[in-house]
Each structure stands twice: as structure tokens, then as C-alpha cells.
Design a protein around this ligand. Structure first.
Ligand code: SIN
Length: 291
């Protein structure tokens, strides 16, 4: 991972983690329009570190939408009812008495079953529980880099089949759920659609290669392989990608905004806050066809 130092930045302060995966950005107020130079530096830091967070940003929903659009056009969010009057904002809300599994509790890259999945997700913390509620991020670049040359040669050029069926299909996880949940999930036959994407994806900005598979959405196997072969290889990759060495555990504070790159990361919403309210607001930025 290319770790850039603070001398590369004049408009923001960037504090990378030791591994280079993940960085804190301060010295900027995201509630007001930013200069082109500040935006360019945020984009540079984001490309370098994949997951960037901005503490102490008490953003209104209007400001969250405006900042999202300064990064790029909104992505399309299927299967979840968006906030009233805000087509592009999802409220991830879990009430203190809710017993349904917390939303996002399996490793995934948002909407990777789409032909052009989003490039970024932005998540803003409105109510943070006093315990638990962390979000985990896995670094697909370092996971790929750590593979042997032989394994890299095997993976390069392979495609895997993504689908939303396990989560949002009519026989999927949410369809079978017995407990009630505050978030309104839209179970649909649309979720059965499939889409093939490269197993190894090249980042359009950095040119770095990353594993692009997840146990949540890469559910249709590897193109040209038998089911048994696919399960063995994907099983290995799922376990490899989320090894501790590649994972960053993010601890939230109220008013923190995080933006992560969906083209080279997986994430997992940890629970552990039963009995407490957690409220986050989420937007996505449109991406490009994975290559
Ligand atoms: C998600 O976007 O999958 C949920 C992340 C979180 O709530 O921590």
C-alpha cells in the first residue's frame, strides 16, 4: 500500500494507519462546499487509504447529500426503502428492543451484484451505542498481494457470479426472518438476477489489483468451474481476505463520517449493542463496470 505522508496535503490533515489501510482526515468542515483543491486532496487520500473517516462532522442530511454529490453522482440503492423525501439516503436504524440481526452483519461489498456497482459508500453516525456497533473493513489489495504468484496466475482472468438472492431473494435471509426490524427491506424476485465480475479487480484510479469476492454476494460460483471447485476456491478466498492482518476495526463516534472504496474492500457491521439505539445515514456514489 502506498502510504502518503502529510507533506502531500495542504488543505487537509491525513493520519494514516500504520498499514496504510485506513486514514483519519481532519482540518476540513464538510458541512460547507469545499474548494476544488481540498476535494482533490480528499480524493487522493481516499485512493491511497481506501477507508477514510472524518471525526466531528455534525452534518445535516442536506449536507450529507451535498458532500456525497461532490464526490460523484449517487448510486442506485435497491431492496431497502430509502428515507421519506430522500431517495438516496438510507437510514440504518436499530431500536434498543430490536432482536433481528443487525443490518450488514456479513462480509460484503455493497451491491456488487449490479452491472456497475457503487464506487463508494458514505456512512454518517447520528446515534452511536455506548458499546459495540463497530464496522470492520477488509483490505482486498493487501489480501491479493499476499497470494503466491501461482495463485495470482490462477485467479487473474477468472470471473465469479454475484447475486443478491441469498440476502434479498424471495427465499433469502430477509424473506425468512421471523423477527421484526425497523429498516424496511424489499424482498424481490429481482434479487435472483446474476452478474459476472472479475475475481481480481483493477482499481481505476490507483491501478492496484484487489480481490473482488464476498460470501454475501459471490454466490453463483466461478465461471467455467464445477460447483465443487468453485466452493473450494471461493471458500479459501473468503477466509483469506478477512484474515486479521487485512482487517481494520472502526470504532464510531457521534458525527463521524466514513467513506470507503467498494472496489477494493469488504465490510462487516459488528453487533454487540443490543438494548441500545444505533442510527446511521448512508449514501452511495456510482461506480464503473469492474475490470
Ligand atoms: C453496511 O453498510 O453494510 C452497514 C455498516 C454499519 O452499519 O456499520
Amino acid at each position: 500500500m502506498n502510504v502518503m505522508s502529510q507533506r502531500h496535503y495542504r488543505h487537509i490533515h491525513v493520519e494514516p494507519r500504520e498499514t496504510g489501510f485506513g486514514a483519519e482526515i481532519t482540518g476540513i468542515d464538510l458541512s460547507v462546499p469545499m474548494s476544488a483543491a481540498a476535494r482533490a486532496e480528499i480524493m487522493q487520500a481516499w485512493a491511497a487509504h481506501a477507508v477514510v473517516w472524518f471525526p466531528d462532522q455534525p452534518l445535516s442530511l442536506d449536507a450529507l447529500e451535498a458532500f456525497t454529490q461532490s464526490i460523484g453522482p449517487f448510486g442506485v440503492d435497491p431492496f431497502i426503502k430509502s428515507m421519506e423525501g430522500r431517495q438516496h439516503v438510507l437510514e440504518l436504524r436499530r431500536e434498543p428492543d430490536e432482536t433481528a440481526a443487525n443490518f450488514g452483519a456479513s462480509w460484503h461489498s455493497d451491491w456488487s451484484f449490479q452491472e456497475t456497482p457503487p464506487a463508494a459508500t458514505l456512512l454518517h453516525a447520528s446515534v452511536v451505542p455506548p458499546v459495540g456497533g463497530d464496522t470492520l473493513y477488509a483490505d482486498g489489495v493487501r489480501a491479493y498481494d499476499a497470494l503466491s504468484p501461482v495463485m495470482k496466475r490462477l485467479l487473474d482472468g477468472l470471473e465469479a457470479i454475484h447475486s443478491a438472492s441469498f440476502a434479498y431473494g424471495t427465499k433469502g435471509f430477509f424473506a425468512k426472518e421471523a423477527e421484526s426490524r425497523t429498516m424496511q427491506i424489499i424482498v424481490s424476485e429481482e434479487a435472483e438476477k446474476t452478474c459476472a465480475h472479475p475475481l481480481v479487480r483493477t482499481h481505476p484510479v490507483t491501478g492496484r489489483k484487489a480481490l473482488y469476492v464476498s460470501p454475501t454476494y459471490t454466490v453463483g460460483g466461478i465461471v467455467g468451474m464445477t460447483g465443487e471447485e468453485s466452493r473450494a476456491l471461493l471458500g479459501f478466498l473468503f477466509a483469506h481476505m478477512v484474515k486479521e492482518a487485512f482487517v481494520y476495526r472502526h470504532k464510531w463516534r457521534k458525527d463521524m463520517l466514513i467513506m470507503w472504496d467498494k472496489r477494493c474492500t469488504l465490510h462487516y457491521a459488528d453487533g454487540g449493542y443490543d438494548g441500545h439505539l444505533r442510527v446511521m445515514h448512508r449514501t452511495t456514489v456510482a461506480g464503473e463496470k469492474p475490470v
